[in-house]
Design a binder for this molecule. Structure first.
Ligand SMILES: Cc1cc2nc3c(=O)[nH]c(=O)nc-3n(C[C@H](O)[C@H](O)[C@H](O)COP(=O)(O)OP(=O)(O)OC[C@H]3O[C@@H](n4cnc5c(N)ncnc54)[C@H](O)[C@@H]3O)c2cc1C
Length: 380
């Protein structure tokens, strides 16, 4: 692994950083308050290539590597947690499986809309009784002439209310256990597809997490993603890659908290000197910076392995586990360094602290990452 960026990677980092500081960061507090990411921002992100970074150029993507995707996502997350969730879901959880498993018809019909920002993508796996234990979903898909009829309720679907294209996982053969799951491409507006309640969340409030209700929803054969019975594999492969994006998001959130704390420590005076002259504060800053670098290196290693088409499940779990836990520690310290002011909406660390909290939960909790890492360690 090269610790120095190539010229292209450096230029990408600079341009996305500049874009995120100019176009996204000024909206972050408003997005958190209103719970809405403006459509015009999504379109600007699509123009920058951020809605399908690693997708082929022929399908409207930017044709870049997973490493470039991680670099760009860190910058967006440093500007706004909610916007980075929307970007991660679209890129990793919707575009990636469509490109990997979709037919030419499906890529033309659905993927192009997602890379161009015309529509948003979403991923519906979780249900009330099946979170970490995703193989035990209850949503059923019954075969009928020309397609399937879906019935069930999905929960916590990020961008579920706004998404035009939702990848839904359902049981086609209960007796086959996880091998009886199948992936379907559904569209908001299909008969029998309904958006239910939105969760009232602690953070990433601009990224709506909703219920999706499927009531006798007919899905034609052309909307089957991959083969019948391949759904669990598609979901797990998608999440293996998705974890790199949550790791990158965590690095971005952690960096924003650290930079805010560093700035505050330099400017706030107590006992006649800046906080940054106090060794207790310096130690917290040193720990933040060290953990950020470690998190970023783990993230870029996982991205590089994926780009080289080598095994990366253990490394993406390690990156997600470490980076998400580190982002939470860093956000905690950043508030501590701000003292009482850090606990108010006046400073961004309050929002970052709330936004970072979900990173140890979605796309597999820290406990599930440890299980994956241990399973891989004990394979041989
Ligand atoms: C904001 C947000 C957005 C989300 N977006 C999406 C989305 O777009 N699509 C989607 O499908 N899902 C989404 N989710 C769902 C998310 O992936 C699940 O919440 C997550 O996988 C955990 O499932 P659960 O909430 O049911 O917790 P549970 O599985 O009930 O876990 C509860 C606790 O028990 C622990 N635990 C469970 N099993 C084990 C075990 N075997 N060993 C050790 N510990 C265990 C967990 O680690 C956790 O601490 C989202 C969630 C949130 C909060």
């Amino acid at each position: 692994m090269d610790f120095l960026f190539s010229e292209d990677e450096r230029l990408l980092q600079e341009s996305v950083r500049e874009f995120a500081r100019r176009e996204i960061a000024p909206l972050a507090a408003e997005i958190d308050r209103t719970g809405v990411i403006p459509d015009r921002l999504i379109l600007k992100m699509a123009e920058m290539g951020l809605m399908g970074i690693s997708m082929p150029q022929g399908l409207g993507g930017a044709g870049m590597s997973t490493l470039c995707y991680a670099i760009a996502l860190e910058e967006v997350a440093a500007a706004c947690g909610s916007t980075s969730t929307l970007m991660a879901v679209n890129n990793s959880l919707a575009c990636w499986p469509l490109n990997r498993y979709g037919t030419s018809f499906q890529k033309e019909r659905f993927l192009m809309d997602l890379t161009s920002g015309k529509k948003l993508g979403a991923f519906a796996l979780t249900e009330a009784a099946a979170g970490s234990d995703a193989a035990h979903i209850q949503t059923e898909a019954r075969r009928v002439e020309d397609g399937f009829v879906l019935n069930g309720n999905k929960l916590f679907v990020s961008e579920g209310a706004r998404a035009g294209v939702v990848i839904v996982f359902a049981v086609t053969d209960r007796e086959k256990g996880h091998k009886g799951l199948t992936a379907f491409i559904t569209e908001n507006g299909m008969k029998g597809f309904r958006v239910g309640r939105s969760e009232k969340k602690m953070g990433i409030r601009g990224s709506d997490a909703t219920e999706i209700i499927l009531e006798d929803c007919f899905v034609p054969n052309e909307h089957l993603l991959g083969r019948e019975g391949e759904g669990f594999k598609i979901a797990m492969e998608t999440l293996d890659g998705g974890r790199i994006s949550i790791a990158a998001q965590s690095v971005g959130l952690g960096r924003a908290a650290y930079e805010a704390a560093l700035d505050y420590a330099r400017n706030r005076q107590q006992f006649g000197r800046p906080l940054s002259d106090i060794q207790a504060i310096q130690f917290m800053l040193a720990d933040c910076s060290t953990e950020l670098d470690a998190a970023r290196i783990l993230t870029h290693r996982a991205a590089t392995l994926k780009d080289e088409e080598r095994r990366y499940a253990k490394e993406s779990s390690m990156a997600k586990l470490y980076a998400s836990e580190a982002a939470n520690r860093i956000a905690y310290r950043a508030i501590q360094i701000h003292g009482g002011y850090g606990y108010t909406e006046e400073y961004p660390v309050e929002r970052i602290y709330r936004d970072a909290r979900v990173t140890t939960i979605y796309e597999g909790t820290s406990e599930m990452q440890r299980l994956t890492i241990a399973k891989e360690l004990l394979r041989s």
